[in-house]
Write a protein that binds this ligand. Structure first.
Ligand SMILES: [Zn+2]
Ligand SMILES: [Zn+2]
Length: 368
C-alpha cells in the first residue's frame, strides 16, 4: 500500500469509542486477508528512565491483550545507572523468555535520544543495541539501518523539543533521503501530532501510535476508559517478520483514545469488517418507515454521523448514532414524503470533508 498517489488515497479519521467494561482480550476484525495485530512499539524500563523491570512490560501487555511490544530504552539517557548497570541489550534479554511463555512478540528496539533536530527516533528489529553508541546520530541510524531496522520519528511535536511549532528539519530530509526514516508517531502517550499525518501522506511514512509509557499504563491513565495508544498492524502472519514486513509496507492504523487514523482502504475495511449490515432499504414509498440492522461484532463503539447526499431531503435519519459494541443496532430511516431516497448505511457512512485545522489535506475524509 502506498501513500504516493495522494489524490487517489483517502485518509480517514474514524472516531470510535472503546466499549467500557471490555474484556482483557479485545476483539478487532482482521481485514483484507491480513491479521490485525495490536502493537506498542515504544516503552521504557529502569534500564533508561522508566520505573519498571522489563518483565513487567510483558505482563502488562499480556493483560491488555497486545500481540507485540518493543522495549525501547534510551541509548543516551540512563538516569538509573548508579543502581542499574548500563547495558542496552539487557531489557530485551530479560523480557524474552516471559514473552515467549505469554505469546507476546517481543521486538528488539531502542530509542535514539538527541536534541531537535533530529529529536528522538526509535529503531526496531535491531540485532545489537550496544553498537548504537556514537556521537554522530547519522552514523548511529546508518548502523541501525544496516541491522535492518525500521526507524520512526517519535513525538515530533513534543513541547520540550518543539515549543512553538512542529518542524520537519533538513536533518529529517537527510535521514529520509538516505532511507533511514520509515515511520512517524501520529500519537504518542496522550498527545496527537497533526503535522505527522501530513508528512506521512507526503512522504510515504508509516503511521504509528505508541504509549511511550515510563511508569505503568494503569498509573498513566491509559487503560481506565479504553486502551493504551496502539499501532494496529496488518500482518501476513502473527510473527516478527509479519510485523516488520507490514511496517515497511505502511500497513497500519494509529489508534489513540476514540480516534483511528490511517489509510482509507484500511479504515473502511476495518469498519465494514466489524459487523453485518442487513435489510438496507434502498427506496421508500411516501410516508414509509424502514430500518437498518447492524450487528457490531467488535469491542468498538462506532459513533456515526449522518452525512447528507444530494437527495437528502427525501428522507430523514438520526443525525448521530452509536453502533454499540457487540450489539444489534437499528437506526431508523423515515421517509419525508418525497418518494425515493437512497437510504441505509451507505448514507449514514458517507464521508464528509474534514473541516478544521487540517482541511488543507486533499482527499481527507471524516467519519464520526
Ligand atoms: Zn522520546
Ligand atoms: Zn520514549
Amino acid at each position: 500500500m502506498s501513500f504516493k498517489n495522494i489524490l487517489s488515497v483517502l485518509l480517514l479519521i474514524l472516531t470510535i469509542k472503546f466499549a467500557s467494561g471490555q474484556e482483557e482480550k479485545f476483539h478487532l476484525p482482521d481485514i483484507l486477508g491480513y491479521q490485525t495485530l495490536k502493537c506498542d512499539f515504544h516503552m521504557h524500563t529502569v534500564f533508561s528512565d522508566g520505573l519498571v523491570w522489563p518483565t513487567f512490560r510483558v505482563e502488562e501487555a499480556w493483560r491488555e491483550g497486545l500481540d507485540a511490544i518493543s522495549i525501547t530504552d534510551h541509548i543516551e539517557y540512563t538516569p538509573h545507572s548508579s543502581d542499574v548497570p548500563v547495558n542496552h541489550n539487557r531489557p530485551y534479554e530479560i523480557a524474552k523468555s516471559l514473552a515467549e511463555e505469554k505469546d507476546i512478540l517481543l521486538i528488539r528496539g531502542a530509542e535514539i535520544t538527541r536534541g531537535m533536530p533530529p529529536g528522538h527516533l526509535n529503531v526496531l528489529f535491531i540485532k545489537d543495541a550496544s553498537t548504537l553508541v556514537n556521537e554522530d546520530v547519522f552514523e548511529v541510524l546508518k548502523n541501525a539501518g544496516e541491522q535492518g531496522a525500521f526507524i520512526h520519528w517519535n513525538h515530533p511535536g513534543w513541547r520540550a523539543q518543539a515549543p512553538d511549532s512542529t518542524i520537519w528539519w533538513d536533518e529529517h530530509t537527510r535521514l529520509y533521503e538516505n532511507g533511514l526514516l520509515h515511520g512517524i508517531e501520529v500519537f504518542n502517550y496522550h498527545s496527537y501530532y497533526p503535522e505527522a499525518i501530513v508528512w506521512a501522506v507526503e512522504k510515504d511514512l508509516t503511521v504509528m501510535a505508541n504509549s511511550d509509557v515510563h511508569s505503568t499504563t494503569d498509573y498513566d491513565k491509559m487503560i481506565q476508559s479504553n486502551h493504551r495508544p496502539l499501532t494496529l498492524v496488518f500482518g501476513k502472519s502473527r510473527t516478527e517478520e509479519g510485523i516488520k514486513d507490514a511496517l515497511f509496507d505502511q500497513r497500519t492504523i494509529a489508534w489513540l483514545g476514540n480516534t483511528l487514523m490511517g489509510n482509507a482502504a484500511f479504515l473502511e475495511s476495518f469498519f465494514f469488517a466489524s459487523g453485518d449490515i442487513s435489510d438496507v432499504p434502498l427506496s421508500l414509498s411516501k410516508g414509509e418507515v424502514k430500518y437498518i440492522h447492524y450487528k457490531n461484532y467488535t469491542d468498538v463503539d462506532y459513533e456515526l454521523e449522518l452525512v447528507r447526499g444530494s437527495d437528502s431531503d427525501s428522507f430523514s435519519a438520526p443525525e448521530e448514532f452509536v453502533l454499540k459494541a457487540r450489539q444489534y443496532s437499528t437506526p431508523v430511516n423515515r421517509d419525508k414524503g418525497k418518494g425515493k431516497g437512497f437510504l441505509g448505511a451507505g448514507v449514514i457512512l458517507q464521508s464528509k470533508k474534514y473541516e478544521g485545522e487540517f482541511n488543507t489535506i486533499m482527499g481527507r475524509y471524516f467519519f464520526i
